[in-house]
Design a protein around this ligand. Structure first.
Ligand SMILES: NC(=O)c1ccc[n+]([C@@H]2O[C@H](COP(=O)([O-])OP(=O)(O)OC[C@H]3O[C@@H](n4cnc5c(N)ncnc54)[C@H](O)[C@@H]3O)[C@@H](O)[C@H]2O)c1
Length: 258
């Protein structure tokens, strides 16, 4: 098959969680540009609809649905709505994250809240979306983790800033998500569903100047990720061009951790 056809997401229905967030918007945009029917989800209906509407205005097929992955009924409702409105699911980008924990010494309740969203809730949603994909005949699941799930913190990035009290939950659940990806790939052998993980580096978001200086001088490409960087990788993994990539974790950090 021609490589442009392999990369096309035409007629594929793909859900992106946290589609109104920083990386989420880039992911929705990339999938929509490759002709997917994208369902962007958010906890807040206004936010989800605002994102979907902004993409529809430029001609893309983007729809909004609401889910709070920490609430089991909300996950079940999302599954039902996808089935009723779209009749199938070909892809799931597991991108949402909550950051309730504010630092190493923060109350344990904040760690517990994080696990509710980023571990238990995330897994419930992952399992239900996988079930829909399997019932649709197969497809692709893409987990978005972080380079911080692969390494300990590099505290020198934060010298001269007040950003250095990094919360432990983020390192814990992102590392777990990377290995959960491998587990899912093996557990779904023979079901025509692929599971891969992307572990991005930091996305440029007007961080303090000192942090940018510290960070960018260590990146061989000399910069943070921009809003286009994740798009091609997500499209590759979601499309038939990535049909033989399964159980993989791809570090996307401009060479920072090379
Ligand atoms: N921003 C970065 O620099 C960066 C770097 C590396 C990895 N990542 C990864 O990228 C992904 C997205 O991160 P981001 O920085 O774009 O986050 P963000 O905070 O901009 O967006 C996350 C989204 O998830 C949603 N969310 C939170 N809790 C939820 C819940 N219980 N149910 C449903 N949705 C919920 C939020 O409302 C938000 O829209 C995460 O997996 C993160 O680990 C981000």
């Amino acid at each position: 098959m021609n490589v442009k056809e392999l990369l096309s997401l035409k007629n594929k229905v793909i859900v992106v969680t946290g589609g109104s967030g920083k990386y989420g918007k880039c992911i929705v945009e990339g999938l929509a540009e490759a002709d997917a029917t994208v369902i962007t989800t958010s906890r807040d209906p206004k936010s989800a609809e605002g994102t979907a509407e902004s993409f529809r205005q430029v001609g893309y097929d983007v729809h909004a649905l609401v889910v709070d992955q920490a609430i089991p009924d909300s996950v079940n409702t999302l599954k039902q709505q996808i089935t009723e409105r779209f009749g199938r699911l070909d892809g799931f980008v597991n991108n949402a994250v909550s950051r309730p924990m504010k630092g190493y010494g923060a109350p344990l309740e904040q760690f517990e809240l994080s696990m509710r969203d980023n571990a238990t809730g995330m897994f419930h949603l992952l399992r239900e979306m996988t079930d829909l994909i399997v019932r649709s005949g197969g497809g692709s699941v893409i987990n978005i983790a972080s380079m911080m799930g692969m390494k300990g913190p590099d505290l020198s990035n934060y010298e001269g800033t007040d950003m250095g009290d990094l919360p432990p939950d983020y390192f814990f659940h992102n590392a777990g998500l990377i290995n959960l990806t491998r587990y899912m790939a093996k557990m779904h052998a023979g079901k025509n569903v692929r599971f891969n993980c992307i572990s991005p580096g930091g996305l440029f978001n007007d961080q303090p100047e000192q942090f940018l200086k510290n960070y960018c001088k260590k990146v061989p490409l000399g910069r943070m990720a921009n809003r286009d960087d994740i798009k091609g990788l997500v499209v590759l993994l979601a499309s038939d061009a990535g049909a033989y990539i399964n159980g993989e974790n791809i570090l996307m950090d401009g060479g920072l951790n090379a």
